[in-house]
Design a protein around this ligand. Structure first.
Ligand SMILES: *Cc1c(COP(=O)(O)O)cnc(C)c1O
Length: 220
């Protein structure tokens, strides 16, 4: 077994049943992605539009591509119809653009809304208040071709596990609040949080999907 297949097997053993594992293959050559695919992995995460568009045709059609990077508005159109899930929708403006481009293309796009909870200013996303406001105002009802399937977040890049845990807990709590206040929301059940360094904490706090790169493919 190659190193990637071994890493995958080890991590799959640790990730509880019912938690989806997204293998983050960004910056990694296609041979590595294929090794993971051949080891049974189907969900892959990429953070750059050009790179994901190059890789998509090189993998079998049952590969599920997750876009997880900051998506510039001028690149939205090229991504529509290509992804299983766009996890990193970080503004209302981007969401509306995804929706209008999806309508034009005759596609339905599944997305997660990214929540900004980390200490770093550099990270993107809706603030918790903006997110609650978005749902309270029922703006999602105006979407014609976009399905909001849940929330995504990145915790602070820190050794302080208490801090990381509290950020994951905050997003899990936001998810609960939104679901409780809008019981009619359908298919709003994906909570994507946790990376190589912090995914066990994320799972303990309720993640239903983890995005793991380095621990599978090695350092970038
Ligand atoms: C790169 C990246 C990951 C994976 O990070 P690792 O530390 O390599 O596991 C997860 N989520 C997002 C949004 C990323 O950009």
């Amino acid at each position: 077994m190659g190193a990637i297949a071994e890493n995958l097997a080890r991590i799959r053993d640790m990730v509880p049943a019912g938690v989806e594992l997204v293998a983050v293959s960004k910056f990694k050559p296609i041979a590595d992605v294929i090794e993971a695919y051949e080891a049974g992995q189907r969900d892959f995460g990429e953070s750059r539009v050009q790179e994901i568009l190059e890789k998509i045709p090189l993998l079998p059609a049952d590969t599920r591509w997750h876009f997880i990077g900051h998506l510039q508005t001028n690149k939205v159109r090229s991504l529509i119809g290509k992804t299983y899930l766009i996890e990193s929708v970080d503004s209302e403006r981007l969401l509306e653009l995804i929706d209008s481009e999806s309508v034009k293309a005759g596609e339905t796009t599944r997305v997660l809304l990214q929540v900004h909870v980390a200490r770093e200013e550099t990270k993107f996303g809706f603030s918790p208040d903006e997110l609650l406001e978005y749902f309270k105002a029922r703006k999602f009802e105006g979407l014609a071709a976009t399905h909001i399937a849940g929330l995504m977040c990145m915790a602070s890049n820190t050794d302080d596990t208490g801090q990381i845990r509290s950020e994951f807990a905050l997003v899990a709590d936001l998810m609960r609040k939104i679901r409780e206040s809008l019981p009619q929301l359908r298919g709003f059940d994906c909570l994507s949080m946790g990376m190589s360094s912090d995914w066990p904490i994320a799972v303990e706090e309720g993640a239903t999907s983890v995005r793991i790169g380095t621990a599978i493919f090695g350092n970038r």
